[in-house]
Design a protein around this ligand. Sequence first.
Ligand SMILES: [Fe+2]
Ligand SMILES: [Fe+2]
Length: 386
Amino acid sequence: MNGSTKKKLSFQKNGEFKIMAIGDIHEKINPDEKTEDFLRLMNAAAEEQKPDAAVILGDIISGTNRLENRHATPDELFEGLKRITEPLVSRGIPFAVTFGNHDGETGEPKEVLFDLLKKIPGFLNTNDSGATGCGNSFSLIYDSEGEKPVFNLWFIDSGNRAQDGSGGYAWVDDSQIAWYEKNSNALKNQNDGNPIPSLVFQHIPVCEEYLLLKETTIFNPYKAKGHGRFSGKYFVKRDNCHGYLGEGPCSPDKNNGQFKSWVKQGDVIGAFFGHDHLSDFVGLVHGIVLGQTKCSGFHIYGDGLMQGVRMLTLRESDPWSFETEMVRYRDFFGTKCNSIKGYMLYPDRWHTNFETSLKIAGAGAAAAAVAVCARQIIKHMKKRIG
Ligand SMILES: [Fe+2]
Ligand SMILES: [Fe+2]
């Protein structure tokens, strides 16, 4: 491991700062060929893109030792965390995490994962916000001289399940919003009364992602099913939404005002989420870019070779805008993948269509068989009656 990873973030001399956002990994305690494919992706992306920092967007690791059918020990979790961060650590790339709902289900409290991550060089989060959750924190990016902060990155723990026991997903609560606003105001005061432009990273998307979509019918081939309070409805992207909509956002059913708070503070220019493994759409809502990063790991349902990481490029000369693109497994390795086989090599819509075709063909064959049987029975009955 490279113990010399710099934690103070600053723009490069060329005026750029590149962030690699890594979608859900769902790493297993017992590594296999899916782990190898994920590490190939990470190494290739880090080597080509040379990010200045990375953010792991949650649902990082599962807490089950499948070979021995028991909960993982902290030592096993640590081995897993070291394994998946090695492509970053070996290149001296500092990284942050935003815990996901499944990170609260490893059998250990998230604080244990946090303390393990703290032992890995380059880990950026702190855990002293005093607000609900683990690892709510922010990291300033300084100018290329390393003197003045010009940009900020917020890392928010979006929780696990809905606080009211309704079974949906958690919302970022009042204490977290108050913590964000307090620090946002403090940074503004330190910056001659001007907000510091920033990006938010968290696992569960805000409800406002649905404003990038419009309702459609079940017959639309580009539809995605809504979730939670939008269950039973179908959606497609609006014209101002780009990228892939593979599933309706699994945001909380209650809107606790987090997005509204960003708009009020005026410092957030974009927010990026994991949690929804298939989607990588991006669009502008009330002046803030909202974007998905589909899953990066191969252990869980995903989008085949279209999986990858999201790159975000900031420029010191114009910190109020940024560029973003997905860098995909397929870009590096074509269809060479050890853990994905057959039609699963292709994007999820292709799986879905293929599986739907199989079901229709199966239903057709069953109907034909029933018709043949019915004809035989009628023939037989006619003979007997005759
Ligand atoms: Fe996930
Ligand atoms: Fe999740």
